[in-house]
Design a binder for this molecule. Structure first.
Ligand code: NAD
Length: 276
């Protein structure tokens, strides 16, 4: 297997640049899927309380036989558990389902700004980091205003922001803000949930390298310095996606991919108008 690239975060911890996403992976299949991915060479899994498959993630890690400290696991606090005390309770439940005594990365899943609780939630994550039960802490779906608020009120900068990002929705404004604040960018729905597989530019580049369209898109994330968490439950695709590590896009192809950006390319909700 090709060596796994890692990104050094602002707290000096390292995260494997590619991971396996498990949103919509059925809970009863998750242990198998995670064990398959770890056997294929993945060392990073992205779950969340709301995915209802943390138990399977923990089981898959143990079934792999790998030492706990060789697998990077992220989970997330769901919106209805926001607030300091509720987050503390919810996190204990995450650890209980995972059967871990720490997670590598804990995220606030959405700002859910209408609740007015994300600053208190962030304070709970800061405490959990101090206690060592969340080795790193970050956020997901935060906009610049949300990032500035938590950073301003606590002095603690999230290590990363996990956001919807793919070649048809490249989030340049937010990525520039991340760069200024020292926050890494992690791409969710990195394949655009499959909508890029028929794109003529991606098809042309895939033919040039003798690669699949999924590999070209994942490679674009890697060559853009992004952390990427493609989801699949199919063993051959799990392997195929990881094998994106074994080639590089040249500057012309990166430029052609850059030109695929659109202003309205989201697949998922806009965090600024989401009402959940
Ligand atoms: P994705 O972009 O990873 O696309 C997944 C789809 O592509 C699936 O239908 C899968 O079958 C297909 N696919 C994967 N590999 C393929 C291949 N090689 N060939 C053909 N088809 C392939 O979409 P996603 O699951 O929405 O996002 C990935 C991960 O991001 C999630 O599993 C989750 O961990 C995370 N996520 C986070 C948030 C958030 O709010 N923080 C939101 C959505 C997703």
């Amino acid at each position: 297997m090709t060596a796994q690239p890692r990104i050094i975060l602002n707290d000096q911890n390292a995260i494997p640049q590619i991971g396996l996403g498990v949103w919509q992976t059925p809970s009863e299949d998750t242990a198998d899927v995670v064990a398959t991915a770890l056997e294929a060479g993945y060392r990073h899994v992205d779950t969340a309380a709301v995915y209802r498959n943390e138990k399977g993630v923990g089981e898959g890690v143990r079934r792999s036989g790998l030492p706990r400290d060789e697998v990077y696991v992220t989970t997330k606090i769901w919106n209805d558990n926001q607030g300091y005390d509720a987050t503390m309770v919810a996190f204990e439940k995450c650890l209980g389902r995972l059967q871990f005594d720490y997670v590598d990365l804990l995220l606030i899943h959405w700002p859910s700004a209408y609740r007015g609780l994300y600053v208190d939630t962030w304070k709970a994550l800061v405490k959990l980091k101090e206690e060592g039960r969340a080795r790193s802490i970050g956020v997901s779906n935060f906009d610049v205003e949300h990032l500035e608020r938590i950073t301003g009120e606590t002095g603690v900068v999230p290590v990363l922001n996990q956001i919807e990002l793919h070649p048809t929705f490249q989030q340049r404004r937010l990525r520039e803000a991340h760069a200024k604040l020292g926050i890494a960018t992690e791409s969710w729905s990195p394949l655009g949930r499959g909508k890029l597989f028929e794109d003529p530019t991606v098809l042309r580049i895939a033919a040039k390298y003798g690669r699949t369209t999924a590999q070209v898109v994942i490679r674009w994330h890697l060559d853009s310095g992004l952390i990427v968490i493609p989801k699949s439950v199919t063993p051959s695709r799990i392997v195929e996606n990881l094998d994106s590590l074994s080639f590089r896009l040249d500057a012309d192809d990166m430029a052609a991919m850059a030109a695929l950006d659109t202003v309205d390319g989201r697949c998922g909700p806009d965090p600024n108008t989401a009402d959940f």
